[in-house]
Write a protein that binds this ligand. Structure first.
Ligand SMILES: *[C@@H]1O[C@H](CO)[C@@H](O)[C@H](O)[C@H]1NC(C)=O
Length: 457
């Protein structure tokens, strides 16, 4: 008896550390306050084996990335606003900028507008070239072109964690010529001594300009892609942290999911971890999990984005009084790079009212940037939080776990991680906080988006 209880004790403590789910059905989570905060050390659960094409995902700011950067809530929210503005203005098809120079001595080429990457982003490590050289990159469903910083950095390169990619050390590296069909399909391009030049200017002063090239991409040892097309960045600057570049997972032909679709079926999924002190995963190709699906829609304002139809929100097990036309007016997308979910103004107002009333026993804290419903949990050990479920067309539900409800600046300022849009017509965005711990499945072939809850922690 005694030996059994001592064996069970660690397990019991582990359960207490995470949330008890006992109250789930009654519309209430009971959570230990510490569980909201990242721990100082990374815990890396085993990623599910999905045919060997699963990569580990780490938050860029926290103990699971090798970058050594600390969380910065204020900066994260500022960057998030820039990203949302650009998504809502539909900058992707926008006018070319005045241009960025490929290198100091040369004329500038126009650059395509990309979206600000933000700082709330997630990283994966993949290999480029032969022999493969590992590069840690931000992945982003709101971007399309993949790029890495490349030697000789004819313009300039920012500091990155991995050694810089050296094209001359790869036996499979090829430049793409200006006259090729691949080059012509870049909507904004340049030409330098016969080599195709790409450029992306993100809306936050970040830019990358360089050669369009192809080389071998190694996702995992079992998943190697020859002639993968990407940007070899020669002049790069901005807010990429110490990432070597970016993997675009949008719906355009240059994205990773499009370029690998013949083999991997145009499907990928990811699970973002509960906090920056654990890891999640990105699976290229079919996912093993069963999920609830909603149709993947196409918004003509930007067909490369993943549009879905949000139809309602429940709090504490009850559907909030929001007319479905409110969501139809705005439209919605799901995005891996936006941190905070943006709702039409009247939908957010209904959520805020119900949430504040359910949380009325806790002292409120100062608003934090766009977040106006914040609490001070510094004097309590456990909290009771109403469940929140997002409902989508086709009967798909996204039930948020507790990490999907809050944005935690620190324990005395824990905020409801939703914000209202400025006007009813502004695009709604399902942000990455709300996606935490759920496997989000992007099935481009079947045109559907799926949610499998409690897939990672
Ligand atoms: C690729 O193109 C650039 C610019 O024209 C050139 O400097 C470089 O040597 C080329 N590399 C290869 C491997 O052809």
């Amino acid at each position: 008896m005694a030996s059994m209880s001592s064996a069970l004790l660690p397990l019991l403590l582990l359960c207490l550390w995470f949330y008890h789910v006992s109250g789930d059905e009654q519309g209430l989570w009971v959570v230990r306050v510490e569980s909201l905060l990242p721990r100082p050390i990374c815990s890396s659960p085993k990623v599910p084996a999905a045919g060997g094409n699963t990569l580990k995902v780490a938050h860029r700011r926290g103990p699971c990335s090798s970058f050594g950067t600390k969380p910065n809530p204020a900066l994260t929210l500022r960057q998030d606003m820039l990203r949302v503005e650009s998504l809502q203005r539909g900058l992707s098809g926008g006018a070319p900028s005045k241009g960025t120079q490929l290198q100091a001595s040369q004329v500038s080429i126009p650059t395509r507008w990309g979206r600000p990457i933000g700082t709330g982003n997630y990283l994966v490590t993949v290999g480029f070239g032969s022999p493969r050289k590992d590069q840690t990159l931000v992945f982003d469903t709101g971007s399309n072109v993949c790029w890495i910083q490349c030697m000789p950095c004819a313009g300039s390169c920012y500091q990155q964690q991995d050694p810089l990619f050296d094209p001359s050390a790869s036996s499979t590296y090829r430049n793409i010529s200006c006259s090729s069909a691949t080059c012509s399909s870049l909507d904004i391009r340049g030409c330098n001594s016969g080599t195709c030049v790409y450029g992306v200017q993100y809306g936050d002063q970040s830019t990358t300009v360089g050669f369009l090239v192809q080389d071998t991409l190694t996702l995992t040892p079992e998943n190697v892609f020859q002639n993968f097309v990407f940007g070899c960045g020669q002049n790069n600057r901005g807010l990429f942290g110490r990432a070597a570049g970016l993997i675009g997972l949008g719906r355009d032909s240059f994205s990773l999911v499009s370029q690998t679709s013949q083999v991997l079926g145009g499907t990928f999924s990811y699970c973002l971890p509960a906090t920056s002190s654990s890891t999640g995963y990105l699976t290229m190709g079919r996912s093993a999990t069963s999920a609830s699906y909603t149709p993947m829609l196409t918004d003509s304002r930007d067909p490369s984005l993943y549009s879905i139809a949000l139809t309602g929100i429940s709090l504490g097990g009850r559907l909030l009084p929001i007319s479905p036309t409110v969501f139809q007016t705005s439209g919605s997308i799901i995005d891996s790079g936006t941190v905070i979910t943006r709702l039409p103004p009247s939908a957010y107002a209904a959520l805020r009212t119900a949430f504040r009333s359910a949380m009325s026993q806790y002292p409120m804290a100062q608003p934090l940037s766009i977040l106006d419903t914040c609490y001070d949990f510094s004097k309590v050990q456990t909290i009771e939080v109403p469940t929140v479920v997002l409902h989508f067309d086709g009967g798909a539900d996204l039930p948020l776990q507790v990490p999907g409800i809050f944005f935690v600046a620190d324990i005395s300022q824990v905020c409801l991680a939703f914000a209202g849009n400025g006007s009813p017509g502004d695009l709604g965005i399902i942000g990455n906080t709300q996606q935490k711990t759920t496997e989000v499945i992007y099935d481009l072939g079947a045109r559907r988006i799926g949610f499998a809850t409690k897939a990672c922690s």
